[in-house]
Design a protein around this ligand. Sequence first.
Ligand SMILES: [Zn+2]
Length: 194
Amino acid sequence: MSKAKSAPRVPAKKKRAAGTTPAPTRAATTSEWAHVWQSPIHGKGIRATRAIPSGTRIMEYEGERITKAESERRDAARAAREEAGGDGCVYIFEINQRYDLDGSMEWNTARLINHSCEPNCQSENVRGRIWITARRDIAEGEELSFDYGFDVENWQQHRCLCGSPKCVGYIVAKSHRWRLRKRLAKLRRATKSK
Ligand SMILES: [Zn+2]
């Protein structure tokens, strides 16, 4: 069973970083609860194949455990790719003070889960492993999403198309959204006064 009510609910934070390691081959992560589909939010996404009770561990976010130094190196590579107009997707999670998890490998199915400003899932760090768990009851057919937890730095680079009434238009952690709203309001005022 994937249900884990007693697990510690530590919020996991996705870091703005990702690398270019050659992907080791292995079977893709699967879940008894969800599968890949063509998402209306962005590219491929993950959708519930059946009703999922709140608190269920739906899918593990798997990848390569790397040191902070390696993580920084990969993030610099990612930023350079983004700068050059390439893929700037972020797949690195913070595990603890010493290690991060790079989930950019194709077999890490959970990397396809989209961000939403009103997500139905959350990422949790359960003793150094990252799980995507249900924040509430999820209906069959619903697309899964979680808060990527990005800070407000470089917010312009990651547009959000989640479609939620609460959408701020960019992928920024809930705790930072007030800062983004302030900046956006300031920008609007600046354009108006021109
Ligand atoms: Zn949004």
